[in-house]
Design a protein around this ligand. Structure first.
Ligand SMILES: [Zn+2]
Length: 180
Protein backbone atom coordinates (compact mmCIF):
# COMPACT_ATOMS: atom_id res chain seq x y z
CA UNK A 1 0.00 0.00 0.00
CA UNK A 2 2.71 2.51 -0.87
CA UNK A 3 1.56 3.85 -4.24
CA UNK A 4 -2.05 5.10 -4.41
CA UNK A 5 -1.98 4.69 -8.19
CA UNK A 6 -1.87 0.94 -7.64
CA UNK A 7 -4.92 0.79 -5.38
CA UNK A 8 -7.78 -0.80 -7.25
CA UNK A 9 -11.22 -2.04 -6.40
CA UNK A 10 -12.12 -5.56 -7.48
CA UNK A 11 -13.52 -5.09 -11.04
CA UNK A 12 -17.07 -6.07 -10.09
CA UNK A 13 -17.08 -3.64 -7.15
CA UNK A 14 -15.67 -0.87 -9.37
CA UNK A 15 -18.39 -1.39 -11.94
CA UNK A 16 -21.19 -1.47 -9.37
CA UNK A 17 -19.79 1.63 -7.67
CA UNK A 18 -19.92 3.55 -10.97
CA UNK A 19 -23.65 2.82 -11.16
CA UNK A 20 -24.47 3.41 -7.48
CA UNK A 21 -27.54 5.67 -7.37
CA UNK A 22 -27.49 9.08 -5.74
CA UNK A 23 -27.21 10.09 -2.95
CA UNK A 24 -25.17 7.03 -1.94
CA UNK A 25 -21.79 7.93 -3.48
CA UNK A 26 -21.72 11.22 -1.60
CA UNK A 27 -22.83 9.61 1.67
CA UNK A 28 -20.22 6.84 1.38
CA UNK A 29 -17.50 9.41 0.67
CA UNK A 30 -18.69 11.49 3.65
CA UNK A 31 -18.57 8.48 6.00
CA UNK A 32 -15.00 7.63 4.96
CA UNK A 33 -13.81 11.22 5.37
CA UNK A 34 -15.54 11.63 8.73
CA UNK A 35 -13.95 8.39 10.02
CA UNK A 36 -10.51 9.47 8.81
CA UNK A 37 -10.73 12.89 10.43
CA UNK A 38 -11.73 11.32 13.78
CA UNK A 39 -8.65 9.09 13.99
CA UNK A 40 -6.48 10.14 16.91
CA UNK A 41 -3.34 10.11 14.76
CA UNK A 42 -4.88 12.21 11.98
CA UNK A 43 -3.20 15.65 11.88
CA UNK A 44 -5.66 18.11 13.44
CA UNK A 45 -4.36 20.96 11.29
CA UNK A 46 -5.61 19.15 8.17
CA UNK A 47 -9.22 19.24 9.32
CA UNK A 48 -9.28 22.54 11.18
CA UNK A 49 -10.03 25.83 9.39
CA UNK A 50 -7.09 27.85 8.09
CA UNK A 51 -7.12 31.63 7.79
CA UNK A 52 -8.64 32.72 4.48
CA UNK A 53 -5.25 33.84 3.01
CA UNK A 54 -3.60 30.57 4.11
CA UNK A 55 -6.42 28.54 2.58
CA UNK A 56 -6.11 30.42 -0.76
CA UNK A 57 -2.33 29.82 -0.71
CA UNK A 58 -2.72 26.10 0.00
CA UNK A 59 -5.22 25.70 -2.88
CA UNK A 60 -2.92 27.60 -5.28
CA UNK A 61 0.11 25.55 -4.29
CA UNK A 62 -1.67 22.20 -4.73
CA UNK A 63 -3.33 23.25 -7.99
CA UNK A 64 -0.06 24.46 -9.55
CA UNK A 65 1.64 21.20 -8.63
CA UNK A 66 -1.18 18.85 -9.60
CA UNK A 67 -3.17 20.28 -12.50
CA UNK A 68 -2.02 19.22 -15.95
CA UNK A 69 -3.58 22.38 -17.42
CA UNK A 70 -1.88 25.79 -17.28
CA UNK A 71 -4.86 27.69 -15.89
CA UNK A 72 -5.42 29.63 -12.73
CA UNK A 73 -7.63 28.21 -10.01
CA UNK A 74 -10.23 30.67 -8.72
CA UNK A 75 -10.88 30.24 -5.00
CA UNK A 76 -13.61 32.08 -3.09
CA UNK A 77 -14.62 32.15 0.55
CA UNK A 78 -18.36 32.77 0.97
CA UNK A 79 -20.78 33.03 3.90
CA UNK A 80 -22.76 30.03 2.58
CA UNK A 81 -22.55 27.51 -0.24
CA UNK A 82 -25.52 26.94 -2.50
CA UNK A 83 -25.64 24.21 -5.10
CA UNK A 84 -27.15 25.33 -8.41
CA UNK A 85 -27.20 21.86 -9.91
CA UNK A 86 -28.83 18.78 -8.35
CA UNK A 87 -26.23 17.34 -6.01
CA UNK A 88 -25.54 13.68 -5.43
CA UNK A 89 -25.47 13.95 -1.68
CA UNK A 90 -27.76 15.03 1.09
CA UNK A 91 -24.93 15.81 3.44
CA UNK A 92 -24.33 19.44 4.32
CA UNK A 93 -21.97 21.10 1.90
CA UNK A 94 -19.13 23.29 3.04
CA UNK A 95 -17.58 23.59 -0.38
CA UNK A 96 -18.13 23.11 -4.09
CA UNK A 97 -16.01 22.88 -7.20
CA UNK A 98 -16.96 23.48 -10.78
CA UNK A 99 -15.51 24.30 -14.18
CA UNK A 100 -17.07 27.65 -15.13
CA UNK A 101 -16.55 29.80 -18.23
CA UNK A 102 -13.69 31.51 -16.36
CA UNK A 103 -12.03 28.20 -15.50
CA UNK A 104 -11.86 26.03 -12.39
CA UNK A 105 -13.59 27.51 -9.34
CA UNK A 106 -13.70 26.38 -5.71
CA UNK A 107 -16.00 28.04 -3.20
CA UNK A 108 -16.08 27.24 0.51
CA UNK A 109 -17.81 28.57 3.61
CA UNK A 110 -16.14 28.93 7.04
CA UNK A 111 -16.26 25.17 7.69
CA UNK A 112 -14.65 24.44 4.32
CA UNK A 113 -11.48 26.44 4.96
CA UNK A 114 -9.51 23.26 5.63
CA UNK A 115 -6.79 21.41 3.76
CA UNK A 116 -9.03 18.32 3.69
CA UNK A 117 -11.85 20.21 1.93
CA UNK A 118 -9.38 21.90 -0.44
CA UNK A 119 -8.05 18.47 -1.51
CA UNK A 120 -11.59 17.10 -1.85
CA UNK A 121 -12.64 19.95 -4.15
CA UNK A 122 -9.41 19.83 -6.18
CA UNK A 123 -9.95 16.06 -6.63
CA UNK A 124 -13.32 16.93 -8.22
CA UNK A 125 -11.77 19.46 -10.61
CA UNK A 126 -9.06 17.01 -11.69
CA UNK A 127 -11.51 14.26 -12.69
CA UNK A 128 -14.79 16.08 -13.33
CA UNK A 129 -13.65 18.27 -16.25
CA UNK A 130 -15.13 15.99 -18.88
CA UNK A 131 -17.27 13.79 -16.73
CA UNK A 132 -20.46 12.12 -17.80
CA UNK A 133 -20.87 10.49 -14.41
CA UNK A 134 -21.82 12.06 -11.05
CA UNK A 135 -18.96 12.75 -8.68
CA UNK A 136 -17.77 10.71 -5.67
CA UNK A 137 -17.34 7.54 -7.77
CA UNK A 138 -14.14 5.47 -8.16
CA UNK A 139 -12.35 8.02 -10.42
CA UNK A 140 -12.90 10.68 -7.76
CA UNK A 141 -11.70 8.32 -5.00
CA UNK A 142 -8.46 7.55 -6.86
CA UNK A 143 -7.86 11.25 -7.47
CA UNK A 144 -8.54 12.09 -3.80
CA UNK A 145 -6.24 9.42 -2.32
CA UNK A 146 -3.41 10.58 -4.58
CA UNK A 147 -3.81 14.11 -3.21
CA UNK A 148 -4.09 12.88 0.39
CA UNK A 149 -0.88 10.89 -0.02
CA UNK A 150 1.08 13.81 -1.44
CA UNK A 151 -0.31 16.70 0.64
CA UNK A 152 -1.25 15.15 4.02
CA UNK A 153 0.29 11.70 4.41
CA UNK A 154 0.42 8.27 2.81
CA UNK A 155 -1.07 6.86 6.02
CA UNK A 156 -4.09 9.18 5.64
CA UNK A 157 -4.56 8.10 2.03
CA UNK A 158 -4.34 4.39 2.88
CA UNK A 159 -6.75 4.78 5.80
CA UNK A 160 -9.29 6.73 3.73
CA UNK A 161 -9.11 4.11 0.97
CA UNK A 162 -9.84 1.30 3.45
CA UNK A 163 -12.72 3.24 5.05
CA UNK A 164 -14.14 4.14 1.64
CA UNK A 165 -14.02 0.59 0.24
CA UNK A 166 -15.59 -0.79 3.45
CA UNK A 167 -18.40 1.80 3.43
CA UNK A 168 -18.91 1.20 -0.29
CA UNK A 169 -19.17 -2.58 0.14
CA UNK A 170 -21.62 -2.09 2.98
CA UNK A 171 -23.75 0.31 0.87
CA UNK A 172 -23.77 -2.16 -2.03
CA UNK A 173 -24.90 -4.94 0.32
CA UNK A 174 -27.73 -2.77 1.69
CA UNK A 175 -29.80 -1.56 -1.29
CA UNK A 176 -32.41 -0.09 1.10
CA UNK A 177 -29.90 2.31 2.64
CA UNK A 178 -30.47 5.13 3.26
CA UNK A 179 -34.19 4.70 3.95
CA UNK A 180 -36.12 7.28 1.92
ZN1 LIG B 1 -17.59 16.30 -3.32
Amino acid sequence: MTDPHQWQLPPELDETAMGLPVPKPGLVMGIATERLSRKTWFPRDASQPLSVPDWHSFCDMVWQAEAPWPCRLITRHKPAITMDVPSDSEIAYCGKAEWGPEGPIIEVDDDGLTRLTALHEIAHLLVDADRDWPGHRPPFARSFVGLLARWISLESAADWWVEWTQALSWALDHPGWPPS
